[in-house]
Write a protein of this length. Sequence first.
Length: 65
Amino acid sequence: MAVVQVNLAACQGYANCVIGADDYFDINDDGVVEVIRAEVPDSERARVETAARSCPVSALWLVDE
């Protein structure tokens, strides 16, 4: 299992992550990413990791738990 990590100060609200995995990421009222589900099972890792890597400012990444 992996866990989503986020650098809120880096987030610019592009929402690429939301497009890739809207069941894990959202953009809050302040225009920054909100992690809906932090724990990522192995079966969904590739999809969520691709969504995190789509962030143009590298504000998201996964860490093995």
